[in-house]
Design a protein around this ligand. Structure first.
Ligand SMILES: Nc1ncnc2c1ncn2[C@@H]1O[C@H](COP(=O)(O)OP(=O)(O)OP(=O)(O)O)[C@@H](O)[C@H]1O
Ligand SMILES: [Zn+2]
Length: 720
């Protein structure tokens, strides 16, 4: 008799599957979720492979867990991610395995209703229950007891007597079925043509990746909704990935207007039983459309026909801890494995996706105009070298005039500054002490409203002191530079009778409050909105006609190779919030460098010029997507340990032709959360197998000792 061996992958940072003997009589399939012994514990894992063999001295699989089987496609996807990111396979699995926790498994709900037969012995309490149940409605036992004003025992007694009968209550569906033909949108000709192109491509034998590029306010959402409708008609599932799913009330309403119901949503705020039921319903195919954050990419779809990546250029798609993956790129991989169409939507696509169009790897569908004949905003640079702004103020006279003018017409203004808090740096006027985070190499940011100094990297908070902690002087602290709170103060002084709101991700009241405020802005409840990048993305504020960018240069000076691209995208997005309603919009961009290519391209409205220039710069420098990058961060609690290990790694790098290894160098953020960081950067030509080189190199590296760690980031988006 041949017995079987199961190779079981365990969702821990382990790179190989462990072998177990399959006990007689246990019928296992690949992808089954099982329980196995590991060291002295029992853990859950997934059968990654099955083979015949004796396995005499192997430990045995304990049993099968009642959780959806992980399909071959899903396992292939997870293997691929582990290969690409160099993460342990078990860590990739951990992202894909959201187990049904047996202890919290849903209790079947039982209801009762009148069956007719009277009890042999009638009591006043029983009489009350029978009266309360007279209407024949099915109620939970506890509800009926409550309605009758008796204890649950009385209800139980009547069940035993046959007076009441029990009925298993149906669970509410996790998500209702979207109707693809519910509120068919009246698309513009341009939208119609774009939608048809997407739909046609879905029927191809190997569905392509399409870049859906449309200017801000062109109505991309309505276009990809048509592709979603097609997936639903085809009986397949659709996934819409979004960077800020928690703030998308407007989006959910638009979905409901088109499909009759809201989509299922998946993000970290969906917890407990809801999460488990959703997971199971996605695996069974019951849930047809999911709108979710990047983690929704790891759900076990039964038959995925379409993936939309909305705002595909967003940095929020990159996960920068644990498994370092980019959800946009992994969506393309998953689409290929599932034979699903992939639509990347953006008004400001990444250079990567643009180049993929040029290389013929992606299709290109464009919407060059705004929906409903609306005009793009007029954008002007305000040259800060020519403006006289009083010390401690940031709004230029030119901007102030425009604000006044706009408010005078009863329209809305957005002031954009991508800095949270009151001031990015605090120093002592007496001794020049600068307030710095004890755990990170970063200044503490003053949050005046909370009366505290906060580290934006590790969350360290201290109360803003009355006396300088260094020299003891009283009232000597000065804020340097502006954050949104400080701008709000200035605005309140200049426009005292206007309704003003500050929006940033650290707002008190959290997501719930943000949602309310965003809706209030759309309804015109505020005159002036001051916000960080949070307000720049995706929102539709119909009354907003003026956008003022307070400091367009902030992002341009960082050493990040993507600084220009990021700044361009951000400015294009935020200025794109102006003039989306009936009235035309304009934008004023305060800058010290009006001739900078990014600012010049923005003002001229010639995005093409920017893309061409930036693509050329990347090509000459051999930067992505013309070359490949990986960053290795070595960190440790002691600076010497981190540096020594990074140096030891560099010694055995042995880069072959086409590969350059730079560093180690102290990372720009040399200390985060009490860990010192050194960085090695690998740069290769495009044809080089980067992963193979990295594996080879890591194989030669000395073992990490103590608390040192090496984090590998393929295609890094952050260079801090
Ligand atoms: N076919 C349509 N019928 C009615 N309204 C539409 C239609 N298409 C778009 N709109 C409206 O036009 C506005 C802009 O659309 P949408 O938000 O989809 O633009 P977008 O291309 O996603 O822009 P951005 O990239 O700036 O977020 C919205 O208010 C939307 O409701
Ligand atoms: Zn810190």
């Amino acid at each position: 008799m041949t017995s079987h061996i199961a190779d079981v992958l365990i969702p821990l940072a382990l790179d190989t599957a462990y072998s177990y003997a399959v006990p007689d009589g246990l019928d296992l399939k690949e992808g089954d979720v099982v329980q196995v012994p590991l060291a002295s514990r029992e853990v859950v894992g997934v059968v990654w492979g099955l083979r015949s063999g004796q396995g005499g001295n192997l430990k045995k699989v304990t049993g099968v867990v009642d959780a959806p089987n992980l399909s071959a496609k899903m396992r292939k996807f997870l293997d691929w991610i582990a290969w690409y990111t160099l993460a342990p396979k078990g860590s990739a699995l951990a992202m894909g395995l959201k187990l049904v926790d047996a202890e919290r498994a849903e209790v079947v709900r039982v209801g009762v209703r009148l069956a007719g037969q009277l009890p042999k012995r009638m009591t006043p309490a029983r009489q009350k229950v029978i009266e309360a149940a007279q209407d024949g409605v099915v109620r939970l036992k506890s509800e009926l007891a409550h309605a009758a004003g008796v204890s649950a025992g009385v209800v139980d007694g009547l069940i035993d007597e046959g007076t009441l009968e029990t009925v298993t209550l149906l669970q509410e569906p996790v998500a209702e079925a979207p109707n693809p033909d519910s509120g068919s949108a009246a698309l513009s000709d341009g939208q119609q043509a774009a939608a048809l192109e997407l739909i046609a491509s879905m029927a191809e034998e190997h569905p392509p990746v399409t870049l859906l590029e449309g200017v801000t306010g062109s109505g991309k959402t309505e276009v990809y909704f048509e592709a979603v409708a097609q997936a639903v008609r085809d009986g397949r599932q659709a996934l819409i990935l979004m960077p800020e799913i928690a703030l998308t009330t407007q989006f959910l309403d638009r979905f409901a207007a088109r499909f009759g119901v809201k989509p299922a949503t998946w993000h970290s705020g969906v917890t407990g039983r809801k999460r488990e039921r959703l997971y199971a319903a996605i695996a069974s195919g019951e849930v047809r459309v999911v709108a979710g954050a990047r983690s929704a990419l790891f759900l076990p779809y039964a038959d995925l026909g379409l993936i939309v990546v909305d705002e595909e250029h967003e940095t929020a798609y990159k996960q920068d801890d644990g498994v370092h993956y980019h959800a946009r790129d992994m969506a393309v991989v998953r689409g290929r494995i599932e034979n699903a169409s992939v639509v990347l939507a953006s008004a400001t696509p990444s250079i990567e996706s643009r180049v993929n169009v040029q290389r013929g790897r992606y299709r290109h569908v464009q919407l060059p105009e705004r929906f409903g004949g609306r005009q793009m905003p007029q954008i002007r640079a305000v040259d800060l070298r020519r403006e006289t702004i009083p010390k401690g103020r940031w709004l230029s006279p030119t901007l102030n005039l425009s604000i006044e003018d706009t408010l005078g017409r009863g329209e809305q203004v957005l002031l954009f500054l991508n800095r949270r808090g009151y001031a990015p740096l605090t120093l002592c006027r007496a001794c020049a002490h600068r307030y710095e985070c004890p755990n990170c190499s970063a200044w503490l940011v003053e949050h005046r409203f909370r009366r505290s100094l906060v580290c934006h990297h590790c969350g360290h908070v201290e109360r803003t002191p009355q006396a300088c902690i260094s020299c003891g002087s009283i009232d000597s602290l000065v804020p340097c530079g502006p954050g949104v709170e400080r701008i709000a103060e200035e605005v309140a002084e200049i426009f005292p009778d206007k309704r003003c709101v500050v929006l940033s991700s650290d707002m008190l009241g959290g997501t719930e409050r943000l949602r309310t405020e965003l809706a209030a802005i759309a309804d015109g409840a505020f005159d002036i909105v001051i916000g960080t990048q949070l307000v720049a993305k995706g929102h539709n504020f119909p009354l907003m006609t003026l956008v003022g960018v307070l400091d367009a240069d902030i992002g341009l000076t960082s050493g990040d190779p993507r600084a220009a691209e990021r700044t361009f995208q951000m400015l294009q997005q935020v200025t794109g919030r102006a003039g989306r309603g009936e009235k035309p919009g304009r934008a004023l961009v305060q800058t010290w460098q009006p001739d900078h290519p990014v600012i010049a391209a923005l003002v001229s409205g010639d995005a093409e010029r920017f893309y061409e220039e930036e693509t050329r710069v990347r090509e000459i420098a051999g930067l992505p997507p013309f070359g490949r990058l990986a960053s290795l961060i070595v960190s440790a609690a002691e600076r010497e340990a981190a540096e020594a290990h990074a140096r030891a790694m560099a010694l055995v790098a042995q880069p072959p032709a086409g590969v350059t290894v730079l560093g180690p160098a102290e990372a720009p953020l040399a200390l985060i959360r009490g860990r010192y960081r050194f960085r090695l950067l690998v740069k290769t030509e495009r044809e080089v197998d980067l992963q193979a080189y990295l594996r080879d190199w890591l194989g030669r590296c000395p073992k990490v000792r103590g608390n040192a760690r090496v984090a590998i980031d393929v295609d890094p988006q952050s260079f801090l």
